[in-house]
Design a protein around this ligand. Structure first.
Ligand code: CA
Length: 697
């Protein structure tokens, strides 16, 4: 982002943004603990703490860590490599990992040899319906069945031994809307539960629970109300409706999607979910004169048997800043004020770290884990944030911390039962917001605000007054959830980071977009070692043991909301970006590094596609609305093809691609529903204008 001009950045942000044994006294796992060497569900145990009790790998021997094996045979469609956001699971001797396009791979956990794969053959046309790439964040495994949620909305149960489908259920309620599914399903009681994404694309949030064996829908929980005539007024929806104005923008869906975190509290038989932002972003546009807009940006406990709400806590009432509470939730028992408290913890985008009593939903503490300027503090008596004047951008633009990327995004934080600390992958950046009019456009980004990141223009200097010094960086912070303070922080790295693993070996492991895997001493934050893998890391690492051998696994590959960004420090400028699964062990070998990026000579477009100034101007506007979300502005393509450097045969096939879906399978949908032949010609004219420099592949 430091590499781009303010206006370009603004358009970039418009496009992307949109973008969490050793019981001791400090923490113990609720529910049954997995055997030490296993990692059978998201976050390892039901507490979802991303903590392993394994300690063979320790600070005394991390220097002997080397590559055990690598798996790279992921499904790639077309020439576009996609993001890897998944943490593998290990059950017995088998590793289950997912890749782009919701493909599931079962691998021998000791060798990486493929046992089976399941490709759901996701409809490529759905790529256009998502904000942030055709990524997947993993499977659930229970009683010999693997559950995968596909990008295009199907929940599929597979035989764990063979990968053969058992049942398949359609989880989308409306296929005319931009629902997509990237999260891992969660097993809760006798059900498997899945949500979806699309809060920036005009959808209404909900989760669905399916019977583990039959795949029949058990219940569905809507996170926000719809237009009253929709007629699905459950008591929980009726309660939420009281916090919305009658003239709310029901046409835009409301948002509140549950696209990532869900945890199961077995003792209470509660599924606890985190919900997303509202649609459009500004509360004054979404629900004029309305209230808190429940259950947006909330932590909600739902009876796993009935689907009825037990309690909720809203982190950001009347959210206007894309402050989702979808970040990972961790269950723990903490000694607070001399008493054991059963809690759920979250570091949502809004910059406060929340500790909540998971029996009754009451707030215990909420403290800033990073720069926060939209609110001064959270009042523990009322549980509500005390808003700062800069939170209101209804009349004029303002700048607030954190940005729309959040102080913390989907990259999981970890809670160590050994140290009692939470390790948070923090993002630090301010953001300018201004209100913009918004109407519904199918399959298009809908925000109702113009968010823009740094650097800010000279005219923004006044808005920066009273704000911390501008920055765009990633920091790993160790947070004490009882003492409510930062214990240590890593050296800042480039903006864009990976999830975290903590181990009983006193190790905290995290990757970065700079292509390094960093290993820290958990107690003090001392960097013990960094391993160069040459590929950007976004996912959280995991560790497991088979036959007494401890392994460390990480998936790598740039994509997600960062796949359209060009940020300082991204290793993808130097090394070819590709989907990878790397597994390390003590005494392993040299680490594989991908080939260097080969600079390409810029090809100019054949003259016949050039256009008049008017056509180019119109093409530029249409490109901004429909193409730039992936292809980037003026050669700023990152993961996606640079349209200013197309070979002649692609120019010749332009209309077949844009209007007839020739490359739909690879994710380039047919745009004939929104673009005419004349529009396609104008876009073609725009991208046929020579560029001064080529900045993408
Ligand atoms: Ca969002």
């Amino acid at each position: 982002m430091q590499t781009q001009s303010g206006s370009l950045l603004r358009s970039q942000f418009l496009r992307i943004l949109l973008m969490a044994t050793l019981a001791l006294q400090i923490g113990c796992s609720p529910g049954p603990s997995a055997p030490d060497g296993q990692w059978p569900q998201g976050g390892r145990n039901e507490d979802a703490a991303y903590f392993s009790p394994l300690k063979t790998l320790a600070e005394t021997n991390v220097d002997q860590l080397g590559q055990a094996w690598e798996f790279t045979n992921f499904v790639v469609r077309g020439r576009t490599h996609r993001g890897m956001e998944t943490t593998p699971l290990v059950v017995g001797r088998v590793m289950y990992v997912t890749g782009p396009w919701s493909v599931v791979y079962a691998l021998d956990a000791t060798t990486g040899e493929e046992i089976w794969r399941y490709d759901p053959e996701v409809d490529g046309g759905y790529a256009r319906r998502g904000c942030c790439d055709v990524v997947n964040r993993g499977v659930a495994v229970d009683d010999g069945i693997v559950y995968i949620a596909t990008y295009d909305g199907y929940l599929v149960a597979l035989h764990a031994n063979t990968g053969k489908p058992i049942w398949k259920s359609d989880t989308f309620i409306d296929r005319s809307r931009s629902y997509t599914s990237t999260g891992a399903p969660r097993v809760a009681g006798g059900n498997v539960v899945i949500g979806n994404a699309g809060a920036e694309m005009g959808v209404r949030g909900y989760i669905s629970a399916y019977d583990l064996k039959s795949g029949k829908l058990s219940w569905r929980f809507f996170t926000v109300p719809a237009a009253p005539e929709t007629g699905d007024e459950t008591p929980d929806v009726a309660e939420a409706r009281k916090t919305w104005s009658t003239d709310s923008r029901w046409d835009l869906g409301g948002g509140g999607t549950v696209w990532d975190s869900m945890v199961y509290d077995r003792e209470e038989n509660n599924l606890i979910i985190g919900t997303g932002n509202g649609m459009p972003h500004p509360a004054w546009s979404r629900s004029p004169g309305g209230g808190d807009n429940l259950y947006l940006s909330s932590i909600v406990a739902i009876d796993a048997a009935t689907g009825r709400k037990k309690w909720h806590y809203q982190t950001t009432p009347a959210d206007s800043w894309d402050y989702t509470a979808t970040q990972n939730l961790i269950l723990a028992t903490l000694k607070i004020g001399g008493a054991d408290r059963k809690v759920v913890m979250q570091a949502p985008k809004n910059g406060f770290f929340y500790v909540i009593d998971r029996i009754n939903g009451k707030l215990i503490s909420a403290d800033k884990y990073t720069h926060v300027t939209w609110a001064d503090r959270v009042d523990l008596a009322t549980g509500r944030p005390v808003l700062a004047p800069v939170s209101d951008y209804s009349k004029k633009p303002t700048i607030v911390w954190p940005s729309e990327f959040g102080g913390h995004n989907w990259q999981p934080m970890a809670f160590s039962a050994s140290t009692g600390l939470v390790y948070i992958p923090v993002l630090e950046m301010p953001m300018k917001h201004e209100t913009a009019p918004q109407s519904y456009k199918p399959f298009s980004l809908i925000q109702g605000s113009i968010p823009s990141g740094r650097p800010f223009d000279a005219q923004d200097a006044a808005l920066m007054k009273g704000q911390p010094k501008s920055a765009a960086q990633s920091v790993l912070k160790a947070w004490d959830p009882v003492a409510r303070k930062v214990v240590w922080a890593s050296r800042p790295g480039p903006f864009g980071n990976g999830g975290v693993l903590a181990t009983a070996g006193n190790l905290t492991v995290q990757g970065g977009i700079d292509g390094y895997l960093y290993i820290y001493r958990s107690t003090t934050g001392k960097l013990l070692r960094r391993i160069y893998i040459g590929t950007a890391i976004m996912a959280a690492p995991m560790t497991y043991a088979v036959d007494g051998q401890q392994y460390l696994a990480i998936t790598a590959g740039l994509g997600g909301s960062l796949g359209v960004e060009r940020l300082d420090g991204m290793v993808s400028f130097e090394r070819e970006n590709r989907e990878r699964l790397l597994v390390f062990k003590l005494g392993g070998g040299a680490v594989s590094i991908p080939p260097r990026v080969t600079p390409q000579a810029l090809r100019s477009a054949p003259k016949e596609y050039r256009g008049t100034a008017a056509q180019v101007a119109q093409g530029r506007r249409l490109f901004g609305d429909h193409c730039s979300a992936c292809h980037g502005a003026e050669g700023h393509a990152n993961n996606f093809p640079n349209l200013w450097n197309l070979p002649p045969e692609i120019h010749a096939a332009f209309n077949d691609i844009v209007l007839r879906g020739a490359f739909k399978d690879a994710g380039m949908a047919d745009f004939s529903d929104v673009l005419t032949k004349e529009d396609a010609r104008d876009i073609h004219a725009y991208i046929s204008e020579p560029l001064k420099e080529s900045r993408g592949p």
